[in-house]
Design a protein around this ligand. Structure first.
Ligand code: AMP
Length: 290
């Protein structure tokens, strides 16, 4: 495994890899969710590049950039054990010049859900992913459904800017009690960690109601809100049922829907989601392959 923090060196090393090359963008502090993306890339591609970069522009000034968990040594060990070919771990200055002023802005999709309270988040995500696509030139890129809105934003960007990259989406990897794996789970105290399964429980409830024929989005939403409010340590940010393609709120679940929620447990904000009908892929058709 070769590791570099420099764009020019990455480009040189990348040019020696045989296609198809898979890219797995991450912010490090790796867990099984990240490693599942790596394995999928390795199964589908001749070479796998992983980026480790805590992207400052996707954090608002009030968010956890400086405290975001980091353990580069452990990350490198896990990637080496996984058999990754190339790791790109740049410093912020390598990705963003002092006078950086170019942004990739996905408009409507990025203003929904997470974007409502984090207005600059997806601009930061789309910009860094576009830069990584230009630097690594992967044929495929691997993202987790855990961040479903991110998947839709990147899919839109790939189509709108004609990136020759196929977007591949992996299922959310969960702890045995249903909690979606996340680097941010390390912020939870033992009591808070015990409360965290409430997100998956409320999504299970939505799936059950849908299986029983429930199609009234407001009724399902209400049931989910009650489930979350029953957990004393949880403070609901939003529960939303939207068209899975446009992220427009829907009243009747008469098409593929995305149920998403954000919940604060103590000072940690957790997100999770499920697609209805259960088991349907988030993206249909996927992004165009090169
Ligand atoms: P992050 O390091 O949090 O930016 O995540 C990097 C990639 O891993 C993103 O595409 C995430 O959606 C994905 N990811 C994070 N958590 C999980 C999980 N529990 N299961 C599957 N993919 C995940």
């Amino acid at each position: 495994m070769i590791v570099t923090q420099y764009v020019s060196e990455l480009r040189r090393l990348r040019s020696e890899l045989s296609p198809p090359v898979g890219l797995v963008p991450t912010m490090g502090f790796l867990h099984e969710g990240h490693l599942a993306l790596v394995r999928q890339s390795q199964e589908e591609c001749a070479a796998t590049v992983v980026s480790l970069f805590v992207n400052p522009t996707q954090f608002a000034p009030t968010e956890d950039l400086t405290n975001y968990p980091r353990d580069a040594e452990r990350d490198m060990r896990l990637l080496e054990e996984a058999g990754v070919d190339l790791v790109f771990a740049p410093q912020a200055e390598e990705m963003y010049a002092n006078d950086h002023e170019t942004w990739v802005m996905v408009d409507r999709l990025a203003r929904r859900l997470e974007g409502a309270t984090r207005p600059t988040h997806f601009q930061g995500v789309a910009t860094v992913v576009a830069a990584l696509f230009h630097i690594v030139e992967p044929q495929r890129a691997y993202f987790g459904q855990k961040d479903a809105q991110q998947v839709l934003v990147i899919d839109r960007m790939i189509r709108d800017l004609h990136f020759p990259v196929e977007l591949r989406v992996a299922d959310t990897v969960r702890e045995p009690d249903g909690v979606a794996m996340s680097s941010r789970n390390t912020y939870l105290s033992p009591d808070e960690r015990q409360a965290a399964p409430v997100l998956r429980r409320s999504l299970d409830l939505a799936e059950r109601l849908w299986q029983d024929g429930g199609r009234d989005a407001e009724q399902i939403r209400k049931a989910m809100v009650e489930a979350i409010e029953a957990e004393p340590l949880a403070r609901l940010d939003y529960v939303s049922i939207t068209d899975a393609r446009t992220l427009d709120e829907i009243h009747m679940i008469d098409r593929k829907a995305l149920v998403s929620l954000a919940v604060r447990i103590g000072r940690t904000r957790l997100i999770d989601n499920a697609v209805l009908p259960p088991g349907e892929p988030l993206l249909t058709g996927g992004s165009p392959c090169s």
